[in-house]
Design a protein around this ligand. Structure first.
Ligand code: MOS
Length: 687
């Protein structure tokens, strides 16, 4: 058990301290770093999906007024570490996917740079490419990146004897993080030091990557990032554009280079969620008790770098069943590199199983909440460990009350409002409690505590919430705390990823504050300083730690046009202690909005002829607007978990997206009697 923080500021609705700066446009983002004499950089991209670049003709581009430099893969600097093939751009003549960066242009304006990039003439040797995922491919393989398979009991033997069986194929689409702020870097190479103002979820991890890529000692790279306009995982690892900005800066020492990807370029260079094909098999007795759960997932990765989305993982811990089986198989294609998108693994991995549970409930004529309650495990089915806290049932029951679930007729197509068919659906949500390593420093001078840590602010509220934690840990009012984050000049911190940010950074800050109080008491001398750190949680050896939630959707489907409206969406979560209800609600609603979007809108469509995602802008790749969101609410139950960390928080950045799409699909079935198993649910699938 950990000594839980005494709270005063934590748990209160403190308004965002950076709110005014953001709404008045004075919060500086990466592209806007306040620097004189900046130049602009853009990328030159390959126009084929696979092959070799034979020649690049740059004379015309170089002759354009305002163009400072055109660099191609034939004359680019050799970088020190080419092991990350996504980042080792312009190091050889190969084109592994359409849009690969093969050159760059530096100019006095971004318009000139883009114009000049279009004037570069490229000759290729084009080879056949392969960009189509399918579960029948002969070359599917098991990744070595994670435990690809799990086997408990004997699913094959158990299924034939089950009173009810569900065997279905589900599919999720290729989706993109699509943050409002594009991926951007401003890079300055000056006196042998590289400074990057980079839109990143982690300044220290970004620095480590860039330093090793260029063979520079870490102290000669500085990464600064006080604000991020959304990341969702796409800014959690370094992508090629930051390498481009760094390469460009080294060509024009002393002049800052600004580079922002266009929306179309973001579809290629910043990662995406792999499409998944999920074969789900459930076996149950006639009361709905599961005897077998099997999840076999097929996903794509790129041929040059493997990213393995761990979509079968949730099925290992959600429900009790003596016989369980999961596999992941990958197809390596000539496509851009997939990466983290909000709840990688859990988000797509809770879609198939949670729709399958709804199908099982329909088959048995059992309420879908009751079905889940009947299959609640006493311990983590995967590891056998007890849960530190597990409140899925409480979320389902509490959420049901708040949503108004009672009295629901389980039969589909029974509710109608004029021309509209109405339906409601539910799905469970989960996300693991993750913790990484971080360090923090606190200094005291004349009545003020300065708290320093290289933490990130993605729009999640870190400027506010970390200050609340620091204030309580110091037993001081928040006004006495000054927070400094988002710069490698501060103590080393982890990436904002896996919903681990506040848990990790907060624990390091609490540790530093406790050291401060232990050493100096309530009245430290001027100049007093204390350090804190966190690493893995020893209690994780004994306990399985997860946040849970229940997602509820009400949909209206037009009887003639099949237009789909999500009229209500509600989530109730159990995610440990909530640090700030305002910022927490925003994160949960944001996740649910992305889940709704996954259910109805988002679908990257890859043209097999060109290997290009053709709807690569926000006009044709649809994300929800205000008109798509009606009544939308999120709340939580009080949960006290003394094992997770001294703050008692479990992480809330990702759980909001998990399960939402299944709840929407289940509601659409309830409204229409039509079960759609491949996302997104566009209206043509309801005819
Ligand atoms: Mo999140 S996809 O772990 O940044």
């Amino acid at each position: 058990m950990t000594e839980l923080l005494e709270t005063n500021a934590v748990g209160t609705e403190m308004l965002r301290v950076d709110g005014a700066a953001k709404v008045t446009g004075t919060a500086p983002y990466a592209y806007e770093a306040d620097l004189a004499d900046a130049v602009y950089c853009t990328v030159v991209q390959a126009g084929i999906a696979r092959g070799r670049v034979m020649r690049m003709h740059t004379t015309e581009a170089e002759a354009m007024p305002g163009v400072l430099r055109v660099l191609t893969l034939f004359d680019a600097e050799r970088i020190a570490d080419t092991s990350d093939t996504e980042l080792a751009i312009m190091q050889d003549d190969r084109v592994p996917f359409r849009g690969r960066i093969i050159g760059l242009v530096i100019a006095e304006s971004s318009e000139t740079a883009r114009h000049a990039a279009d004037r570069v003439v490229i000759e290729y040797e084009q080879w056949d490419h392969d960009v189509v995922l399918g579960e029948d491919r002969q070359d599917l393989y098991a990744s070595s990146d994670f435990a690809a398979d799990s086997e408990e009991g004997d699913v094959r033997a158990a299924l034939p004897g089950a009173a009810v069986r569900i065997e279905r194929r589900y599919a999720t689409a290729m989706t993109y993080s699509s943050p409002l702020e594009p991926h951007a870097s401003t890079a300055l190479w000056d006196k042998g030091t590289l400074t990057l103002w980079d839109s990143t979820q982690g300044v220290h991890p970004a620095r480590a990557t860039i330093a090793s890529l260029f063979g520079l000692p870490q102290e000669r790279v500085r990464v600064v990032c006080p604000y991020v306009g959304g990341g969702f995982g796409s800014k959690g690892t370094v992508h090629a554009h930051t390498v481009v900005a760094s390469l460009a800066a080294r060509l024009v020492p002393g002049r800052p280079v600004r580079l922002a990807l266009t929306r179309q370029q973001m579809f290629i260079h910043t990662g995406y969620r792999t499409p998944t094909i999920q074969r789900i098999r459930l076996g149950a007795d006639d009361e709905g008790r599961l005897s077998a759960i099997a999840v076999d997932v097929v996903e794509q990765t790129s041929r040059i770098k493997e990213f393995a989305e761990q979509s079968a993982m949730p099925a290992r811990v959600m429900y009790a069943a003596p016989n369980r089986h999961t596999t992941h198989r990958l197809a390596a294609l000539d496509v851009p590199v997939p990466s983290w998108v909000r709840a990688p693994g859990e988000c797509p991995g809770m879609f198939g199983p949670e729709v399958a549970m709804d199908e099982l409930a329909s088959e048995l004529n059992i309420d879908p909440i009751e079905l889940r309650v009947r299959n609640e495990p006493a311990r983590d089915p995967d590891t056998g460990k007890p849960f530190s806290t597990r409140n899925l049932v409480a979320c389902l029951r509490t959420g049901a009350k708040r949503f108004g679930w009672a009295g629901r007729d389980p039969r589909p197509r029974t509710r109608r409002d004029g021309d509209w068919l109405l339906g409601t659906g539910v799905a469970a949500s989960m996300y693991p409690v993750n913790r990484q390593e971080a360090t923090a420093r606190i200094r005291y001078t004349v009545g003020r505590y300065t708290v320093e840590i290289g933490a990130a602010e993605l729009g999640t509220g870190t400027w506010t919430t970390l200050r609340q934690i620091a204030a309580d840990a110091l037993a001081m009012p928040t006004e006495s705390v000054e927070l400094r984050i988002g710069d490698t000049a501060y103590p080393t911190a982890s990436v904002a990823g896996g919903s681990s940010g506040m848990t990790t950074w907060g624990t390091a800050v609490v540790d530093a504050a406790r050291a401060m109080r232990k050493k100096f008491g309530a009245a430290p001398p001027d100049g007093a300083e204390a350090h804190g750190k966190t690493s893995s949680n020893p209690a994780a050896e004994q306990y399985a730690m997860y946040a849970f939630g229940a997602q509820f959707a009400e949909v209206r489907v037009h009887a003639d046009t099949r237009e789909i409206q999500v009229s209500r969406l509600h989530g109730t979560f159990a995610a440990g202690r909530i640090i700030n209800p305002v910022t927490a609600r925003s994160q949960l609603l944001g996740g649910m909005t992305m889940g709704l979007s996954m259910a109805l809108h988002e679908n990257g469509i890859c043209d097999p002829c060109t290997g290009h995602v053709v709807n690569d802008d926000l006009a044709e790749y649809h994300v929800p607007t205000n008109a798509d969101i009606a009544e939308h609410s999120a709340d939580w139950i009080d949960e006290h978990d003394p094992y997770v960390n001294p703050i008692g928080s479990k992480g809330i950045g990702e759980i909001g997206i998990v399960g939402t799409a299944a709840a929407v699909v289940n509601a659409i079935y309830h409204a229409t009697g039509i079960r759609v198993r491949d996302l997104p649910v566009t209206l043509d699938k309801l005819f």
